[in-house]
Design a protein around this ligand. Structure first.
Ligand SMILES: *Cc1c(COP(=O)(O)O)cnc(C)c1O
Length: 419
């Protein structure tokens, strides 16, 4: 019996319900994934008991000898995966990985330049409600209205005009590849530091399936829980000459004690990402995304920029039916057992709580073992639910089919005989 079940049945019930929800639904949220039994096990160890403020070899607490082994393992594996000079594996999240760069490289009031949130950027790239928008002068580049891709000539024009201290690349809802070399050229010209936030596609970078920013960017930040398939957390990489400033920014600048159980889980995930099977997994993410994109377009949906080069796509619902909103479709899909998030499309006329788009990604379904033929089934269920007008009977029918289908693809830790 699980100790939580024994000591706290109320908490246990909610945890079980969430596990069942994950197991019986199709996870299409592009930023989510299902971790391996080893990553899950590492996160649930007594390492959570330990204070290890400082860094390997320079701690502020006694008893850190094994913490040093674990943190060095995570660092060495991250360096091998990404080929970076230096890495800090202590940021608690992707947001804090970015804040560490701001603290290391900027002063309050400096200008930063990043992709607009409504065009796929992230909250931490200068949105007014975020610390990045409150403490810095935030300027944004947007997508070309015709191609719905980043227009480098436009980025150059804006950068020359606003003379940013920091240029941010990377996004949360951009289905195309990034030209980090072109951004670096602009950054050098205007005297800016470049930060690549690869939170979404880090797994693809680690396996050589997306161009790497590491040779071109002073800083590379990422989450560890999206395509990288590790625990919910972050990390920041940098060029050697920024190492000291970065480490002081993370601790003592932003954080106290590191989450050593999560750093152990990162080490486990990075070890998995170094295996040949992880590259096969990432290749399958891309194949699945291509097939899902084609299938959705076949059902009459328009995809922003006309398709995808990575693990995600942005469905513009207006081509299917002008009245469809992201909020309504998100709810209908959820009732049918398909989990997505509503998302602004570029130049959206609706607000963020309503939206005209749905963001869809294949990392989690690929982890469960779904391949190209299953993507066509998923697109079919998606279409039936999104075209249902909210009809409860239609949604219940799809929900039953989805539930039955998921039984053949249990979550990774539920297939683990040792768990
Ligand atoms: C997810 C994401 C983050 C933030 O990660 P959290 O761990 O949720 O703080 C930062 N940047 C980008 C581009 C992301 O997609």
């Amino acid at each position: 019996m699980n100790p939580i079940e024994q000591s706290d049945p109320i908490l246990w019930q909610a945890i079980q319900q969430e596990q069942n929800r994950q197991d019986s639904t199709l996870e299409l949220i592009a930023s989510e994934n299902h971790v391996s039994p080893a990553v899950l096990a590492a996160a649930a160890t007594p390492l959570t008991n330990k204070y290890a403020e400082g860094y390997p070899g320079k701690r502020y607490y006694g008893g850190c000898e094994f913490m040093d082994v674990i943190e060095n393992l995570a660092r060495d594996r991250a360096k091998a995966l990404f080929g970076c000079d230096h890495v800090n594996v202590q940021p608690h999240s992707g947001s804090q990985a970015n804040q560490a760069v701001f603290l290391a490289a900027l002063n309050p009031g400096d200008t930063i330049l990043g992709l607009h949130l409504d065009h796929g950027g992230h909250l931490t790239h200068g949105k007014s409600v975020n610390i990045s928008g409150k403490w810095f002068k935030s300027v944004h580049y947007t997508l070309d209205p015709k191609t719905e891709r980043i227009d480098m000539a436009n980025v150059q024009r804006i950068a020359r005009e606003c003379k940013p201290k920091l240029i941010i690349t990377g996004a949360s809802a951009y289905p195309r590849l990034w030209d980090f070399a072109a951004f670096a050229e602009i950054a050098h010209e205007v005297g800016a530091v470049q930060m690549a936030d690869i939170a979404h596609f880090a797994g693809l970078v680690a396996t050589g399936l997306h161009p790497s920013p590491v040779p071109h960017s002073e800083f590379v930040t990422t989450t560890t829980h999206k395509t990288l398939r590790g625990p919910r957390s972050g990390m920041t990489m940098c060029k050697a000459d920024w190492a000291k400033k970065l480490d002081s920014a993370v601790f003592p600048g932003l954080q106290g004690g590191p989450l050593m159980h999560i750093i152990a889980a990162k080490a486990a995930a990075f070890g998995e990402a170094q295996q040949p099977a992880f590259k096969v997994y990432c290749q399958q993410i891309l194949k699945n995304a291509k097939v899902l994109a084609e299938a959705l377009m076949g059902h009459g949906y328009r995809l922003v920029s006309g398709g995808t080069d990575n693990h995600l796509m942005l469905v513009d619902l207006r081509a299917k039916s002008p009245d469809l909103t992201g909020a309504a479709v998100e709810l209908w899909l959820q009732n049918a057992g398909i989990i997505v998030n509503k998302n602004m499309v570029p130049f959206d006329t609706r607000k963020a709580i309503e939206t005209s788009g749905i963001r869809v990604g294949t990392p989690a379904l690929t982890t469960r073992g779904l391949k190209e033929p299953e993507m066509k089934k998923v697109a079919n269920w998606f279409d039936r639910a999104a075209s249902s007008g909210g009809d409860a009977q239609v949604l219940a029918k799809v929900r039953a089919e989805v539930t039955e289908f998921t039984r053949s693809y249990p979550l990774p830790h539920l297939t683990c005989t040792a768990c």
